[in-house]
Design a protein around this ligand. Structure first.
Ligand code: C2E
Ligand code: CA
Ligand code: CA
Ligand code: CA
Length: 279
């Protein structure tokens, strides 16, 4: 076993080295990317399972790198977190989302909400982003409920008084909180009763294997039942097939998001998509 381990290690060393070098170059490039306007925000619709209506979307950042083309947020967000750039980038995504939600509230549906991902690094930064976000919405004359803040389980488990305070500021400003990637990180559920959470997002890993006979449908039903008991609405992520949609709807899931409905797209494209879906 020891020899196997050594072989495996030497075999992967060049690849690991290359990956580390790529991360270092991206970290350097990230610092100037914001000033050079290389980021875009795409939006993915979130569909009301019962009515088929769309009055929610998630904002997902995109990086158009001048040499590398489109770089996945799965790759660059962790780098932006490590360097702290995520604070400024996250503020930029938020302001884009605010502009977009204001437009869709007028053109499409006055209930429209956009979810924005907020990393633990943003919560822990000294800058007080929660107050700044609340102030920005107020300055625009928009209600707090326009923007839903997506957080991860890890934030709640490690929450200190500063994080608690930031969450409280969001709630005071009327901004709903959504718990992302639910079920992937931690086995403790006790934090659910300590925080006022509005939406729970079932992670794609549970949705992917859904069928009438699978254990995942039992898990989804249990999560949905628990969330409803606690007064939360449930969003299923990564809905790709009609069978998954039907099973989730039958299980009482409130909202669905996934390629079955639409991929993330730029604001103009989603405006057209919304107009077509309505008509
Ligand atoms: P997430 O918040 O869990 O976002 C959902 C991801 O699932 C998105 O990937 C989305 O494109 C993808 N997705 C949606 N529907 C489907 C489907 O039916 N099938 C499959 N296979 N995938 C689907 P994306 O856009 O690549 O983002 C990856 C992650 O990067 C996000 O995961 C989030 O953690 C992070 N991220 C993206 N934008 C931001 C941002 O503005 N701020 C922060 N802090 N993180 C962000
Ligand atoms: Ca998310
Ligand atoms: Ca997610
Ligand atoms: Ca995820």
């Amino acid at each position: 076993a020891k020899d196997g381990g050594r072989n495996r290690f030497s075999h992967f060393t060049p690849a690991l080295q290359e990956a580390a070098q790529t991360r270092m170059r991206l970290a350097t490039d990230l610092r100037s990317a914001l000033a050079e306007a290389q980021f875009r925000v795409h939006y993915q619709p979130i569909v009301d399972m019962a009515t088929g209506e769309v009055h929610k979307a998630e904002a997902l950042v995109r990086w158009q790198h001048p040499q590398r083309g489109l770089v996945s947020p799965g790759l660059f967000v962790p780098i932006a977190e490590a360097s702290g750039v995520i604070v400024e980038l996250g503020d930029w995504v938020f302001r884009q989302a605010v502009q977009q939600v204001a437009a869709w509230r007028v053109s499409h549906d006055p209930r429209f909400q956009i979810s924005v991902n907020k990393s633990p690094v943003q919560f822990r930064s000294a800058a007080g982003t929660a107050q700044a976000w609340a102030r920005h919405l107020a300055d625009q004359g928009l209600p707090g409920e326009c923007v839903v803040v997506e957080i991860t389980e890890g934030l709640l488990l490690e929450a200190d008084s500063h994080v608690f305070e930031q969450l409280a500021h969001l709630k005071q400003a009327g901004m709903p909180v959504s718990l992302d990637d639910f079920g992937t990180g931690y086995s403790s559920l006790s934090y659910l009763q300590k925080f006022d959470i509005d939406f729970l997002k079932i992670d794609q890993v549970f949705v992917r294997g859904l069928s009438a006979t699978s254990k995942n449908i039992a898990l989804c039903k249990a999560i949905i039942g628990m969330a409803h008991e606690l007064g939360m609405k449930v969003v299923a992520e990564g809905v790709e097939t009609e069978e998954q949609r039907q099973l989730l709807q039958a299980a009482g899931c409130d909202y669905g998001q996934g390629y079955l409905f639409a991929r993330p797209m730029d604001g103009e494209s989603l405006s057209r998509w919304l107009a077509e879906t309505e008509g």
